[in-house]
Design a protein around this ligand. Sequence first.
Ligand code: M6R
Length: 608
Amino acid sequence: MCGIVGYLGPRDAAPILLAGLTRLEYRGYDSAGVAVQTESGLTLRKLAGRIGGLKIALGRDPVTGSCGIAHTRWATHGAPNERNAHPHVDCTGQIAVVHNGIIENADVLRTRLECCGHHFVTETDTETLAHLIEDADGPTLESRVIAALTHVEGTYGLAVIAAGEPDKIVVARRGSPVLLGVGEQEYFVASDASAVLEHTRSVVYLDDGDIAVLTRTGYHVIDREARVQTRPVNALDWDLEQIALGEYSHFMLKEICEQPRTLQETLRGRLLFADGTARLNGLNLTPEDCRTLGRIVIVACGTSWHAGLAGRHIIEALAGVPVQVEYASEFRYRQPVGMPGALTIAISQSGETADTLEALRAARAAGSKVIGVVNVVGSTIAREADGGIYLHAGPEIGVASTKAFTSQITALLLLGLYLARHRGLSLGDGRKMVEQLARLPDLAAEALQIEGEIKALAQSYVEERNALYLGRGINFPVALEGALKLKEISYIHAEGYPAAEMKHGPIALIDQDMPVIFLAPKDAVYPKVISNMQEVKARGGRIIAITSKGNGDLRGLVDHQLSVPPSPSLLSPVLTVIPLQLFAYHIAAMRGYDVDRPRNLAKSVTVE
Ligand code: M6R
């Protein structure tokens, strides 16, 4: 959701805050603002729209000062306009707050504060925080922030500055990520490491309940009782090149094209050729745990949930463990049964998705061991899980997830193999699987070679209003993912369905205006998928088939055939999704949309 940046040090704050916001714009982009400590007190600049507008405004009318906070917003409470943009201030304009999360009792607090004479000017929940801090008693800003937060229900990652204590930023976290960047006599606050990467690689991740106090001479972390907490300084392993666009027109295209390398990174050091298994050091499962595992529950959202569906096929086929895949948002409010003895896997690119995090906590509370399959190192899910697998796919900036999906499936293939080898898969079969996995990056590179063909095809479909994606078995999740990619960046209505389910309803939609994209790699259900294509053809539907090379020529049956390299069925989603990612990308780019920042979406959904 929203992005937060803060700076305190010897340099001019505004350019640093703006650069940080630009890095975070993928987290929210409906409005932005900064508050800087200047010689005349707090100075605010806010605007609706993208960071570019704020940069121009600050260029025309600069604010000078070396301590400040900033925010890029994804609206939850109140319209995305200038008034509702953060930072928000108290009645006196002496306290400024940026906030990520939701204050659930904001209405009650607002009524109470208004009765005490506070004057609200925005529709946001965040403004209550500024007034609560104004109202609180205490000798220091941090003591007043702590006092204010005792009234608050909900989630927050927040940063506060006050004119009365000009060389200080107070930061607090509950449920929304915040980290500190530690530089040479300068300190940063950010909701995401990419905002501080160009200044420092040393970061401190705050835990829920932490309050951090940054001054010119250092920082410290305390809890709500003002007891000092020790938090380690972590080294970031991302580099600046990974968050730069380079030669590409969009991050999404860059990230699609990066997949041979990111798959390599997910596999690096994890393939044990002689032992025919995977090395997964962080998993924290004993051989006994693997052998006695009764059930796996996967919790995730969006694209990560699709990866989980593919993971079910992989783990059940390889390791013979029953797998249940749950929308995290639904699972967290159920009464899960039979969790002791189960292993819960939370899959999340960001590691910060609120529903996935809460599902993980619910699973643990119900007695399950929990592991994470996560991309962002040091993220909350990664830290709260008992163990896990990092994707090492590097920062994913495009809001539409691409490289994380293929790395998630690859990580689940590694996990499936690892479990399987403890549960009776033979050494020979394990070695075969390791060999197959090792070839995956090259196969992905080959799959990318048809980009030109896909771009030409996208031209013919750019005006469509609907699309149906059909697949079976392990390629049904790919159909869901292909449809999600198209709808989220091109705003074309698209649905993914199990190919055979089409007959039970969606077939009524088929006519010449309904493009149908079939996932049809060579596997056990290929003949069945061909029959489903015939059913569509008979009703005048237009068909694009994603097949494997060597499947034969389907001309006569389909309108367009795109082929990816052949692979064992369990690996095929990593390859068959690539043409769908490119198809969605080119259609959205041809429509002139902001591919990396689609409307209404945010990269990391840190509110419910
Ligand atoms: O960071 P996560 O993997 O937990 O995010 C889950 C979803 O919000 C995410 O996959 C979303 O569906 C993307 N926009 C898909 O492209």
